[in-house]
Design a binder for this molecule. Structure first.
Ligand code: NI
Length: 142
């Protein structure tokens, strides 16, 4: 019996949207206030969705405590209270929530107990982003 399980995690971080591919004026035009040199913060809400077989004995796909431990080490400890732009994964990628979704997908795809279906990230109450994997990107371009 295949079932789906979603879990939400929260962290706060700052970022600035800016690409070296364009000059300052063009950056301001593209990113507006998000290009402010001092950066700004978000309370990100990350929702990860997994699928897997329901264990006939436990009645569960997997133990949520295992996922929480994985999320603590791989997501929260790494991203919470950071400047996203200073992280290695954003050294060559703009710290948009589209790119954050791809990176978070890469991370949770490594959770061994179930298959990652998708990542959903709320950046603000009005903006949310999803990423469900892409064969090319999964080979490691980000
Ligand atoms: Ni922002």
């Amino acid at each position: 019996m295949k079932a789906y399980l979603s879990r939400r995690y929260h962290f706060s971080a700052s970022h600035r949207l800016h690409t070296e591919a364009y000059d300052d004026a063009r950056n301001r035009e593209i990113y507006g206030k998000c290009n402010n040199p001092h950066g700004h913060g978000h309370n990100y809400i990350v929702q990860v969705t997994f699928s897997g077989q329901v264990d006939p004995v436990t009645g569960m796909i997997f133990d949520l405590a295992e996922l929480d431990a994985f999320a603590q080490t791989s997501l929260i400890d790494r991203f919470a209270h950071t400047n996203l732009n200073a992280l290695d994964c954003f050294a060559n990628h703009v710290s948009t929530t589209e790119n954050l979704s791809i990176e978070v997908h890469r991370i949770f795809a490594g959770f061994p107990a179930a298959h990652l279906e998708k990542v959903h990230i709320e950046e603000t109450s009005n903006n949310s982003f999803e990423y469900a994997g892409d064969a090319k990107l999964l080979r490691g371009t980000l």
